[in-house]
Each structure stands twice: as structure tokens, then as C-alpha cells.
Ligand binder design. Structure first.
Ligand SMILES: [Zn+2]
Length: 604
């Protein structure tokens, strides 16, 4: 018989501001924007002039009297909001600070809009930083469309933060967010956020892009190349088409070479990199590994909806775009595969399931990080990468998030990506927080419902903008459990989970186990009882907020009566079958995000 006394400590809990996060699924609508863009690149001045014809469809129930565009490259100027915001963070990016400060006039990013018309008549507009606001001559009524044509002139910054020219490894042009991009309007209204270097949100539509550039440059894009034409003036004309996407990326370099492989699903994976150093041998080794990874992703997260994907050397790390990624190329194989998997996974968690990643960065970075671990773990087990994971491959990230949550930097996951006080808080919440949110959801609803739920989410929300409640509703319908409380606690509060085994009483006929909820975040609980003879019994205690319980999971459970979320303690008894009890463990799978696991185990 053993008793353990635990003092109850009531932690200080910060509630985030209650936000509107619901979405009326049955009334769902989204805008559509079809772009036709033609630019002529002057590689001497690192700039381009362009014409953009935009057909904009107002599918909203509202009459739109104005429109907003993002002019992202205006952030690459000393004194821009991106510059000021970065400098004033508690943990600024010092390199970015120095680079922006040193930009000369012919090196800054600069987007000039020369003319803007609506259905042929000129519009007056105002540019403030990275946002252009135009008052429409003719408001767009619900169900109507309009044509917005623009002539612009853009200077590419000599600072490669995601995009820009002359990246650190010698790629000439890394071209993300390179065109005046219409802001999204949805059930929350306009999302015309000033760009401070974080996340994006775009309008679904089609892109028809023509790029004229000196013929010694090779241009690649996240799109189908429909034609290359020699213009007989030293320039070539590239024509790309991309349908049902919400962004467009391209890159150009004089040293690019490329190869392609087909996955067994018939999707073409293109690898495009500078033909220098050891790149060729390493990038060629990555191809078959990525094809294997792609098949796993396709089976587990939903069928990839496009015919190609291109890994492009460029940028300043790894950045995701539709049908392509820009990643730095001078890497070893493990690093190249790791970053390639993360960016390719964004095809699911951002480019087919297009959440507003500014508002819900945990739904794109977090879900992507979750899947990245699963895919890497799969490749590791197949012996395709030289990297070993612990038995619970998420352990490292669970530990990191606990460390963050105990720090003074903690903020709730519900924050808009731009508004975190530190890069550290943004990083931990968006990437690790979203990852842990998902892995723990698997614990709550069981592996079978969780796996099916990921596919159902994809089927229901691909080519749309799912919000948190939309994801949760799919998981509720798949599992038959209520889960809104989980969203509330995990995303919209800073409450913690800490369950403990506090009592084991063994008498002649019965064994009694006592458990305590030491903190404020209620959860259903798995308990494993281990006996000296090596036998194990797994129990599951449902929690009343779920109005149900998980069914198929990692273990065969014996189900116990539910634990009311209001009750701090719980006791249950089992028959003493005379084999000596060794240990009682809360959550042997390690998936419960319990901030103190030392009290999850009690030895008899
Ligand atoms: Zn990412």
C-alpha cells in the first residue's frame, strides 16, 4: 500500500481575447481572382515593367466599394514596417536589420503602380507601405465581376528574405510575392495586412504569366510551362499557366540545370539547381527519396491535385509556394530531404487546404511540421534517410513546447502571426504548438478516427479556406465526439495539462487507483497497469465534455466510467487477481501534452 500526497497549485492562467473563429460551413463562399500578367525583365537594373489584367469575381454577399492590393517588395526598404517591427522585437533578426539598413536606392525593393483601371476607366488609389487601396468607380455587387488592369514597375531588392536577387548561394532571382497581389476578402472582411515578413493569405484563381528575360537566364516556376519563344532580341519569352491556386512563384538563374522523375501516381517532380559544387550528385540522390515520400503523403493526407511539383534552388532557407518551393541548395542529403519534405507538405497544409496562415499559422506550419515528422520517421524506418527518431518521434518537440510554455515568452496560439512579441513565441506556437495540437488530438479521438479525419478534412476543404472550427467539425463528425472544448483550451487559452497518479491501494480482493487533475486543462485519460509477471492492462477514462469516447487506438482498452471535467480527483478499482502489481502509468503512449510527466507513473 502506498500513498503520495500532492499539494494542489492553482496556476495563473492567461485567457486570450475571445475571437470570432466560427465559420458558417453551409453558407461558405470564396472570392476568385484570375490573373494575366506579362513582365519584361531588365537584368541590368534588376527591375521589370509589367501589365496585369485581373478578373475579380465577387462571390460574397457584400457589395465591394474598394479593393486592396499587397505590394510586398515595398517592405524591403529602410524604415518599412517590416524593418521597424523586426528591430523592435525582443529577439530581432540582426542580419535582416543590417541588410535593410545598408540598402541603397537602387538596391531596395520598390513597387510602383503607374496606372490602375476598372473596366477601362482610371481609378484613384493610395499606397501606404505594402498596401494599395483603390476606391472603385463601380462597386462590385454580389455575384458580379470586374476587370482591374494595372501597369506597374518593380525593382527587385538586393536582399533575399524569401525572395529577392542574388541570394547567398548565387541564385540570381528568387521571385516569390513579386506581383501586385489582390488581398483576400472573406467572411471576416478584408485581409489587407501590412507585410512585416510573416505569413500570407491569397485569393483562389488562375494565373497566366508571361516573362521576357535575357536568353542566358533559365526561368522555372510553380506552374506548367506552356511555351518558350526566342524573341530574336537577345531575350526569351516564357509562358506559364497555373490553375486553381492562390499564388505564383518563379526563379531565374544562369546556372540552373534540372532533372525530373515521375512518381508512381504519375506526378512529375522537378529538381532545379545550380550546376556547381557537389549539388548535382546530392540533388540527384534526393529525387527517388522524395518520390517515395510523395507516395506516403498522397496516401496519408489526400491525393495531390496537380500534375507537377518543382524543387527550386533559391531564397534564403525554405519557402513554400503552390506547385514549387524555393530552398537553398548547398546542403547535405539529410538536410535537403528534410527541408524538401517540409515544403512539399505545405502543398497540403496551405496550398490545397488554404487556411488564413496569418490568423492561424498553427494550422499551416503546425500541421506541416506534424506531417514532416511522420514522413521523415517513415523514411527513416525504410532506411532511406540516415536519421534515427526516438520511439515517440514527437518527443523532442513536446519537450521544446513545454520549455516554451514555462517561459516568460509564452503567448496563446490564437494570436495573429504578426502580433507575437518574439520570433521565439511565433516559432514555438506556430510550428511546435500546431504539431502537438494534432498529435494530442490523435490521443483524444484514437488513431483510427484521427487518420480518417485527416483524409475527410482534405476531401471537404481542399481548394477552400478552412478555419479552425471547420477542421474541428470534421474531426467531430469522424470521431462522433465533441471537440470544441479542445480548441478552446489549446488554442484560445494558456491552460496546462498535468495529471498524476496519487494512490495505489492493494488489498486482498481489490486494487484501487487514485488519479488527480493537478492543473486546469481537462483531458480523457489512458491508464496502463503493469504487473510483475509482465502482463499489462490498458484502461480508458472518457471525459464528459467529449460526450463520447475514442474507439480504435494504439491499445485495446477496458473502458471506465467518465471523469467529469469539474472533478479534481478520480478513483477506480479492479479485481486483485493475485499477480503482483508493478506500476501504474498515465498515458504510456506519451501523446498527452502533460507538463510534468514525473508524476504520471507510480510504482507499487
Ligand atoms: Zn513551413
Amino acid at each position: 500500500m502506498q500513498f503520495k500526497y500532492i499539494f494542489l497549485v492553482i496556476p495563473i492562467v492567461v485567457f486570450s481575447q475571445i475571437k470570432v473563429y466560427s465559420q458558417q460551413i453551409s453558407n461558405y463562399w470564396q472570392q476568385k481572382a484570375n490573373y494575366q500578367i506579362h513582365i519584361d525583365v531588365d537584368v541590368k537594373s534588376h527591375s521589370y515593367k509589367g501589365i496585369q489584367k485581373l478578373k475579380y469575381y465577387n462571390n460574397s454577399p457584400d457589395t465591394l466599394k474598394k479593393v486592396y492590393y499587397h505590394l510586398f517588395y515595398n517592405a524591403f526598404q529602410p524604415g518599412s514596417r517590416m524593418d521597424i517591427r523586426n528591430r523592435n522585437l525582443l529577439d530581432p533578426d540582426r542580419k535582416l536589420d543590417v541588410k535593410i539598413k545598408n540598402l541603397k536606392q537602387d538596391e531596395i525593393g520598390n513597387e510602383k503602380v503607374l496606372t490602375l483601371t476598372q473596366n477601362g476607366s482610371p481609378l484613384s488609389f493610395n499606397i501606404d507601405g505594402t498596401i494599395l487601396e483603390a476606391i472603385l468607380n463601380n462597386p462590385i455587387i454580389p455575384g458580379d465581376s470586374t476587370e482591374l488592369n494595372m501597369i506597374f514597375e518593380i525593382q527587385i531588392p538586393l536582399l533575399c528574405r524569401r525572395s529577392g536577387r542574388d541570394n547567398a548561394q548565387g541564385v540570381d532571382y528568387s521571385m516569390g510575392q513579386w506581383y501586385p497581389k489582390l488581398a483576400e476578402y472573406d467572411y471576416m472582411g478584408w485581409h489587407a495586412d501590412q507585410y512585416i515578413g510573416r505569413e500570407f493569405y491569397g485569393v483562389w484563381g488562375d494565373f497566366d504569366v508571361t516573362i521576357d528575360i535575357d536568353s542566358d537566364y533559365k526561368v522555372v516556376a510553380g506552374a506548367d510551362l506552356s511555351a518558350i519563344k526566342d524573341l530574336n532580341n537577345g531575350k526569351s519569352r516564357y509562358h506559364f499557366i497555373s490553375k486553381n491556386v492562390h499564388d505564383f512563384v518563379w526563379a531565374a538563374d544562369r546556372d540552373y540545370k534540372h532533372y525530373s522523375i515521375d512518381t508512381k501516381e504519375g506526378v512529375k517532380l522537378n529538381f532545379c539547381y545550380q550546376d556547381t559544387g557537389k549539388r548535382d550528385s546530392i540533388w540527384r540522390l534526393a529525387g527517388p527519396i522524395m518520390a517515395e515520400a510523395f507516395s506516403f503523403m498522397n496516401d496519408r493526407y489526400g491525393k495531390y491535385q496537380y500534375s507537377s511539383y518543382t524543387f527550386i534552388e533559391g531564397g534564403d532557407g525554405g519557402m513554400e509556394y503552390p506547385l514549387a518551393t524555393l530552398i537553398t541548395g548547398n546542403r547535405g542529403l539529410n538536410s535537403l530531404v528534410g527541408i524538401s519534405i517540409h515544403e512539399l507538405m505545405h502543398s497540403w497544409y496551405q496550398f490545397m487546404l488554404a487556411t488564413n496562415e496569418s490568423l492561424y499559422p498553427w494550422m499551416d506550419e503546425g500541421f506541416t511540421s506534424f506531417a514532416t515528422i511522420e514522413v521523415l520517421n517513415y523514411l527513416s524506418k525504410k532506411g532511406l534517410i540516415n536519421r534515427k527518431f526516438p520511439e515517440f518521434p514527437f518527443q523532442n518537440d513536446y519537450d521544446n513546447l513545454i520549455k516554451f510554455n514555462k517561459s516568460i515568452f509564452r503567448e496563446p496560439l490564437s494570436l495573429h502571426a504578426d502580433h507575437y512579441n518574439t520570433n521565439y513565441a511565433y516559432w514555438e506556437n506556430a510550428y511546435t504548438g500546431g504539431e502537438v495540437f494534432l498529435k494530442q488530438l490523435e490521443y483524444i479521438i484514437g488513431k483510427k478516427a484521427f487518420d480518417q479525419g485527416l483524409l475527410n478534412y482534405f476531401d471537404k476543404w481542399k481548394f477552400k479556406h478552412p478555419a479552425p472550427i471547420d477542421f474541428i467539425r470534421v474531426m467531430e463528425k469522424t470521431s462522433g465526439m465533441e471537440l470544441d472544448w479542445y480548441l478552446e483550451y489549446f488554442i484560445y487559452s494558456t491552460k496546462d495539462i498535468d495529471y498524476a497518479v496519487d494512490t495505489i491501494i492493494v488489498d486482498k480482493d481489490e486494487i484501487t487507483i487514485g488519479l488527480t487533475n493537478l492543473n486546469t486543462f481537462p483531458m480523457p485519460i489512458d491508464v496502463q497497469i503493469q504487473f510483475e509477471n509482465g502482463k499489462k492492462k490498458n484502461y480508458h477514462i472518457p471525459m464528459d465534455l467529449t460526450l463520447g469516447s475514442k474507439k480504435k487506438d494504439n491499445y485495446e482498452y477496458i473502458y471506465l466510467p467518465e471523469w467529469n471535467w469539474v472533478s479534481p480527483g478520480y478513483r477506480f478499482s479492479i479485481k486483485n487477481n493475485k499477480s503482483k502489481l508493478k506500476k501504474v502509468i498515465i498515458d504510456p503512449s506519451g501523446r498527452l501534452f502533460d507538463i510534468d510527466r514525473t508524476n504520471n507513473v507510480m510504482t507499487n
